[in-house]
Design a protein around this ligand. Structure first.
Ligand SMILES: Cc1cc2nc3c(=O)[nH]c(=O)nc-3n(C[C@H](O)[C@H](O)[C@H](O)COP(=O)(O)OP(=O)(O)OC[C@H]3O[C@@H](n4cnc5c(N)ncnc54)[C@H](O)[C@@H]3O)c2cc1C
Length: 330
């Protein structure tokens, strides 16, 4: 058994993982990919520039909705038929639920959300957050087939190379899912991908009420950025959609500028801001852990500081009155 099969419901992740697998070809064997679901043929064509030698294409109606059991059935058949030893899956929400299901079908070991991926000799070694994000545990799979779900941003972003790789139409059995999609509804907030934003204003429980959200939204707008939040504001209070949540259970972000407002800086949150270039923190508590991460810190009440910052930025852009440097609150 050898070779890698790459799959993700997000094409960009599939490309990144294909390129990673192609770079490890000497050790891991041939990189192959599977593209399933709507417009599979067209998407597989785009996948050809990322190093996979074979790209299996399946657009059978049974996988249109990319439900786990139907997708896992197709991947399991490919793994068995091609004698694949490593399956890399993009750890999106769907990918995180697909990986263990596929592992169970193939009686394989599984790493459910690797945030580090590397080779030690001929062995794939992964890093995964454990103990509530306080530590990264090193894990590897000892079964002949290894299933690894890899978090977005773990491997380098792939750049397209020479177009190659054969497109192969999947002609095996495609079993319909036991679940059925009966309705689709748009989810508010999905239009925003804060993981790709260059400027973020992240707000935490220092915000006293939902009605005060315009305070941070105005600052984000003045900066030309997006609003993000800590877990309590999305999961617990429902003030902002979970797509805007940063941390171990949310998005991992690498903005050029992060303004962190009323955020204490617990590790479950800060694992999501490790890639930020410059962090400005505003907090009333001088000893708040967020200041250890911050490049610039303002000890102060967000309700006083944030309007001043917003006004100053708008003033600079000619959109309002600039604050005078002599104003005492500043
Ligand atoms: C398994 C697990 C997973 C988790 N995953 C995540 C995750 O992905 N993301 C996440 O964010 N959290 C996560 N958490 C929760 C995390 O541990 C913290 O509880 C959370 O990040 C705290 O959010 P916070 O900083 O908004 O609130 P708090 O910790 O309550 O901090 C609020 C801060 O605001 C300051 N403040 C108060 N008033 C003002 C004011 N007027 N002006 C300025 N500052 C003010 C306070 O001094 C304080 O530092 C997770 C927890 C667990 C157990």
């Amino acid at each position: 058994m050898s070779g890698v099969l790459v799959y993700s419901d997000r094409d960009d992740l599939a490309h990144d993982l294909s390129a990673w697998a192609a770079a490890q070809r000497e050790v891991l064997g041939e990189p192959t990919a599977a593209v399933l679901g709507a417009r599979a043929a067209e998407r597989a064509e785009a996948c050809r520039a990322y190093g996979a030698v074979r790209i299996h294409v399946c657009d059978a109606p049974a996988v249109t909705d990319l439900l786990d059991d139907a997708v896992a059935g197709v991947l399991a058949e490919l793994v068995t038929r091609e004698q694949i030893s490593v399956v890399l899956i993009g750890a999106t929400r769907r990918g995180r639920s697909l990986a263990p299901r596929l592992a169970q079908m193939l009686e394989a070991g599984c790493v459910s959300e690797a945030v580090e991926l590397g080779l030690e000799g001929r062995r794939i070694v992964t890093g995964r957050y454990s103990l509530g994000g306080n530590t990264i545990s090193r894990e590897w799979v000892r079964t002949p087939i290894q299933i690894i779900a890899v978090a977005p941003g773990t491997v380098e972003r792939a750049v397209p190379g020479a177009v190659g790789g054969d497109l192969i139409t999947f002609e095996g059995q495609v079993n319909a899912s036991r679940a059925a999609v009966i309705e689709r509804r748009d989810k508010p907030g999905l239009e925003t991908n804060i993981a790709d934003s260059e400027r973020l204003v992240c707000v935490g429980r220092g915000l006293a009420s939902e009605e005060d959200l315009p305070l941070v939204q105005d600052l984000a707008e003045a900066l030309g950025g997006e609003v993000a939040c800590t877990r309590p504001l999305s999961y617990e209070y429902g003030w902002l959609p979970e797509e805007r949540m940063i941390g171990i259970s949310g998005q991992k972000c690498s903005p050029k500028l992060l303004v962190s407002i009323g955020v204490s800086g617990q590790v479950q949150h800060t694992v999501g801001i490790q890639g930020a270039k410059t962090i400005v923190a505003i907090n009333t508590e001088k000893g708040a852990p967020i200041f250890k991460q911050a490049d610039y810190g303002i000890v102060g009440d967000m309700y006083e500081v944030v309007p001043l910052l917003t006004a100053r930025l708008r003033g600079r852009r000619g959109g309002g009155a600039a604050m005078k440097a002599s104003q005492p609150q500043e």
